[in-house]
Design a binder for this molecule. Structure first.
Ligand code: ZN
Length: 191
């Protein structure tokens, strides 16, 4: 089961065995569930297909599934809200390649704000720290936050690598990876 599998719609009369053609409550339950899924999936679908096009254009590896693209409500890097809207803004969701050269592969992407992704560019953690040192005020804080974000993600990548090993140890590392992944997604870091 992926995070995008919604609970089955339920009718007060018919339960999960919907009779949409004859029961308005069944149909309403179905539509509520459908729209809820669409709202959640659409930004991810859009990011996924844009990433696939970009990967093809630039000859980058791509193996993401839509379910790998999780759009958070808060930018995991900068702590600003992520807003879904018709026009692009600094708050728009944007798919970061944690290590740009690896491409759009599972475990190497995270949805962050457009602002965060533009500031990060292709800088590595050291480059981000250098920018923080050279900047002042909010910009300094932004670059420092981006460096911390990248360090977290690189740590997670290392844990995932260890999760790939055989046997019991691999299983335990995988649990840690899952925990970290969830924590980094949520990213309610104080501002
Ligand atoms: Zn019904």
């Amino acid at each position: 089961m992926s995070v995008y599998d919604p609970p089955n719609p339920v009718c007060p009369t018919h339960g999960e065995r919907l009779r949409r053609s004859t029961c308005p409550a069944c149909n309403a339950a179905y539509m509520r569930s459908y729209l809820k899924t669409q709202r959640r999936l659409k930004p991810a679908v859009a990011l996924h297909s844009r990433a696939r096009q970009r990967a093809a254009r630039r000859g980058l590896p791509f193996n993401l599934r839509v379910g790998d693209v999780i759009v958070p409500t808060v930018c995991p890097a900068l702590g600003i809200p992520i807003l879904i809207g018709p026009t692009r803004s600094p708050y728009s969701p944007s798919l970061d390649r944690i290590r740009p050269g690896l491409g759009y592969v599972r475990g190497n992407t995270r949805v962050i704000s457009d602002k965060a992704n533009r500031l990060k560019g292709t800088l590595d953690a050291e480059g981000l720290i250098r920018r923080a040192v050279q900047s002042v005020d909010q910009r300094r804080e932004d670059y420092a936050r981006l460096a911390a974000y990248l360090e977290r993600e690189l740590l997670l990548a290392e844990v995932r690598r260890k999760a790939g090993q055989e046997g019991r140890a691999g299983v335990e590392w995988a649990k840690v990876a899952a925990f970290l992944d969830k924590a980094f997604q949520k990213a309610d870091w104080p501002r």
